[in-house]
Design a protein around this ligand. Structure first.
Ligand code: FE2
Ligand code: FE2
Length: 190
């Protein structure tokens, strides 16, 4: 499959803003790097990394309006944790506007924020690339980078655990799928 995403670049750049766009470029490059280590299709990693935040519209009202316009079903979880909406909407946009039909790419975009149990290698790569791209700066990022290059499952466990800690500390709502993902990777990690 030959993906030609160049022609959508300016549209995406305009939709998500310059700062977020530069993040997507870094995530794309990090995804490529990880794909090479784990012998995952580099082109799929490039496409999924590039598109993972293609629906990350800053303004919440505008994001929800777009979601409704495009027929995305807003679940209870999405209403409680609106930061997850852009992932599902991103997968929808990738399919509807950017010609992506590959299920693995679409799932990698859809689950890049929450994670889920039993992810494919591509899904893990996009999740982790988003987590460790070079401009990320938080406690534990170095450890996450090191693990991501050594063991995808161990890196997933570390990242999910850290994310949950972050959410608990800030008293935020936690999407059950992230807890299920964390338990899944705890069990295969140990
Ligand atoms: Fe995102
Ligand atoms: Fe992102």
């Amino acid at each position: 499959m030959n993906y030609n995403l160049k022609k959508y670049e300016s549209e995406i750049r305009k939709r998500i803003g310059e700062k977020r766009f530069l993040h997507t470029i870094r995530v794309r490059d990090t995804s490529i790097e990880l794909a090479k280590i784990y012998h995952v299709d580099v082109e799929k990693a490039e496409v999924a990394g590039f598109l993972h935040d293609c629906a990350k519209i800053k303004d919440k009202g505008c994001l929800i309006k777009k979601a409704k316009e495009n027929g995305l079903l807003l679940t209870r979880e999405m209403q409680k944790a609106p930061q997850i909406i852009h992932s599902y909407l991103g997968a929808l946009f990738a399919n509807k506007f950017y010609g992506i039909e590959d299920e693995d790419i679409l799932n990698a975009i859809a689950y890049h924020t929450t994670g889920r149990a039993n992810m494919s290698d591509l899904e893990k790569i996009i999740f982790l690339a988003d987590y460790i791209e070079p401009m990320r700066n938080f406690d534990g990022v170095e450890k996450a980078r090191e693990l991501a290059k050594k063991d995808l499952d161990a890196a997933m466990y570390f990242a999910l655990n850290n994310t949950l800690k972050f959410l608990v500390e800030r008293d935020r709502y936690i999407v059950p799928m992230t807890v299920l993902a964390r338990n899944f990777y705890k069990e295969i990690d140990t």
